[in-house]
Design a protein around this ligand. Structure first.
Ligand SMILES: [Fe+2]
Length: 311
């Protein structure tokens, strides 16, 4: 059966993509940002997922304001990079996984979680920048990707709780897929940022770091944050953080934080990144329990020794 082996969240700042495309990653300003993802790329090279499910938002590239689905699931065989005004980014075409995507569509919709099926879609920096940050810049992406676009650009976006529950529904879908696939779920967007208006450039590191802490320890608390609080504390575009809760909902209740990176600024935003894996201590504990019989065997051997001495 398929299983989710980890969750990864990362900002998807468009300027990061531009820095890669314009070969500026070694410049001191950008090196500070990219160096925070070196360990992540090593982790990803070890993890070697068979499929990535990538939660992101489209920035009026695939969906204009004429039609914006709240949740859209990419079921196509491939997703070309979108032209965001400077031509498509020079990144590989994203290969989809139509079989698993169709299974997720069936599972979540029949589970009464309505989602829009999208059979043709271009993907913008919201998807391609996190792919670069975690996989580098290969000629071909190393695994298929199922894009899940969440509306956070046109009021009203979904609540954090609804996003979390979508993650739960995705996990249920993945775990009922018969093929042995190792799946990593990405949540992207955020962290605190506001790109226009009198508060443009707002960054709230305290809010961001508390969000990162609770993503591991108390995600249910995060699901109760109302939209207005995101906007007040993290800026108008800080609402993108609800997408991280889709990733978190797709994981088990207890997780281990295996890596975190936070820096400001990148462009006019904060950059946050976290890698979560299923909680291992429970596994160790049960392994400890499994060792008990070995202790019993030791005592039995000691009793047998005493018996032999007596004999
Ligand atoms: Fe965005």
């Amino acid at each position: 059966m398929a299983k989710i082996i980890a969750g990864v969240s990362s900002s998807h700042v468009p300027a990061i993509g531009a820095a890669i495309d314009n070969k500026q990653t070694e410049e001191p300003y950008w090196k500070r940002v990219f160096s925070g993802f070196e360990k992540s790329k090593e982790w990803m090279a070890q993890a070697k997922p068979d499929v990535v499910i990538l939660i992101y938002n489209d920035h009026a590239s695939a969906f204009s304001v004429e039609m914006v689905p709240t949740f859209a699931l990419g079921c196509a065989a491939e997703f070309p990079p979108a032209d965001e005004g400077w031509g498509p980014r020079p990144v590989p075409v994203v290969k989809g996984h139509p079989q698993l995507a169709a299974h997720i569509a069936q599972s979540v919709i029949l589970d009464e979680f309505d989602i829009t099926v999208v059979n043709k879609m271009e993907v913008d920096h919201g998807l391609t920048v996190p792919m670069n940050l975690l996989f580098g810049s290969p000629k071909e992406w190393p695994c298929p990707v199922i894009p899940v676009a969440v509306n956070v650009v046109l009021y009203p976006p979904p609540t954090g709780h609804r996003c979390f529950m979508l993650g739960r529904a995705i996990r249920k879908a993945v775990e009922s897929y018969p093929e042995d696939l190792r799946v990593v779920v990405f949540g992207t967007g955020g962290m605190s940022h506001q790109i226009s208006g009198p508060r443009a450039g707002l960054i709230n590191s305290k809010f961001d770091k508390a969000f990162l802490d609770n993503l591991t320890k108390d995600p249910k608390k995060l699901t109760r944050i109302p939209h207005l609080e995101y906007m007040r504390e993290a800026g108008a575009e800080g609402i993108e953080m609800v997408m991280w809760l889709v990733m978190r909902g797709a994981l088990e209740d207890k997780v281990d934080e295996v890596y975190r990176f936070y820096t400001v600024p990148a462009s006019n935003t904060a950059v946050g990144h976290i890698i979560l894996e299923p909680h291992r201590r429970a596994a160790k504990k049960s392994a400890g329990k499994a060792k008990k019989p070995a202790g019993k065997l030791k005592r039995a051997a000691a009793r047998a020794k005493i018996q032999r001495i007596r004999n």
